[in-house]
Design a binder for this molecule. Structure first.
Ligand SMILES: Cc1cc2nc3c(=O)[nH]c(=O)nc-3n(C[C@H](O)[C@H](O)[C@H](O)COP(=O)(O)O)c2cc1C
Length: 342
């Protein structure tokens, strides 16, 4: 297996792992709005190795690793790599689960989460808490690398209570991961404040000073491909990982598409809903899906009203019936005009 992280020509764009967001359904939906050549890597939601190692827990956690055939087809067509992201505590369990994932699935890489700041996981000493436990972090990286032929990357933050890039990044690079994805916030910052891109530039300088070529990808607050490319120029990172930017514009990876019409937005909402229902068949609560509706229903008159009304639906049929019954004509636009910014 080649190390795809090192085989890109030019800046790489990736879609960030997001729990309860980047499942097979969302990833496929995003790909239907992506122009070829603009998105290179996607990641699954983070999946607990301890959960995957548990005879009962495995079934539930493994839902995060599901890849529909229709998603697989698009990944091939668009030449996008798919990486399984894992997290946990015990290096031996990391090792066993990484071997199992490699044998049972068809991922292009494995990413270790050393960035999640959520109290529950940090208390256990996992994810971003590993920034302050370098020995354990190293042990985990080696446990995963020795279990798989797939490239093993690490997604992390700049520190715990303050930026610690100067210590943490060289240490990580010494463990020879296939790539480092750096979110420019500390654990303490959670999602607050601004991502500090100067830390990304620092990480790149430190890597260069070590004479290494390990790709470093920057992450945090990127709202357009153009902005991402500016950051590449400014900081020297090899790629940009996009998280919440996709919520503001699901056509993020088709920058030539300046403004999607209401019809296009509704069509995507219906596609997403239909795929959600056929994929999960009741295993995931329909309400999870409703959080996505804001992504589609905005930037046109009456969008806020539609969003409020659609909250009453319980399945695809009802969503479809709602749009059938809705008169999305200019008359309606006049009636509820003025809320273009909703
Ligand atoms: C809803 C949500 C879920 C997330 N879940 C994960 C996750 O499973 N694994 C991970 O490494 N980061 C996770 N993150 C963090 C993102 O991957 C990303 O690092 C962060 O949102 C900053 O990037 P952005 O400013 O482009 O959103 C999550 C973020 C959000 C908003």
């Amino acid at each position: 297996m080649t190390d795809f992280w090192k085989n890109f020509n030019g800046p790489v764009f990736s879609l960030a792992p997001m729990e309860d967001v980047t499942d097979t359904v969302f990833r496929e939906t995003v790909m239907t709005m992506t122009s070829p050549g603009n998105l290179h890597v996607m990641m699954t939601e983070f999946s607990s190795v301890e959960g995957l190692n548990h005879p009962v827990g495995r079934k539930r956690v493994a839902e995060r690793l599901v890849v529909n055939d229709s998603e697989r087809k698009l990944l091939k067509e668009l030449n996008i790599k798919l990486v399984a992201q894992i997290w946990g505590l015990n290096p031996e369990i990391y090792h066993n689960v990484s071997r199992w994932i490699t044998e049972e699935y068809d991922f292009d890489g494995i990413d270790i989460n050393m960035g999640c700041p959520v109290k529950k996981v940090v208390k256990m000493g996992a994810c971003s808490a590993l920034i302050d436990q370098p020995d354990r972090a190293a042990e985990i990286i080696h446990a995963v690398k020795s279990a798989t032929h797939l490239p093993v990357s690490v997604k992390t933050r700049t520190g715990i209570s303050r930026h610690d890039t100067e210590r943490w990044i060289p240490f990580l690079l010494q463990q020879n991961p296939a790539a480092v994805i750096l979110h420019g916030r500390t654990q303490r910052m959670q999602s607050e404040g601004e991502a500090d891109w100067a830390q990304m530039a620092l990480a790149v300088r430190l890597r260069n000073d070590m004479g290494l070529k390990t790709p470093i990808h920057g992450n945090g607050d990127i709202l357009s491909m153009a902005q991402g490319l500016e950051k590449v120029t400014e900081t020297g990172v090899d790629g940009i990982m996009v998280g919440r930017g996709i919520f503001y514009n699901p056509w993020f990876f088709s920058p030539e598409k300046t403004m999607a019409t209401m019809e296009e937005r509704i069509e995507k909402l219906l596609f997403h809903t239909r795929l959600f229902e056929s994929t999960w068949q009741g295993k995931k609560n329909f309400n999870i899906l409703k959080r996505f509706y804001k992504i589609y229903l905005n930037s046109f008159p009456g969008a806020a009203h539609m969003r409020a009304e659609i909250m009453e639906t319980n399945n695809y049929e009802e969503v479809y019936a709602y749009f059938q019954s809705t008169d999305c004509t200019p008359a309606r636009k006049t009636r509820s005009g003025g809320d273009y910014t909703d």
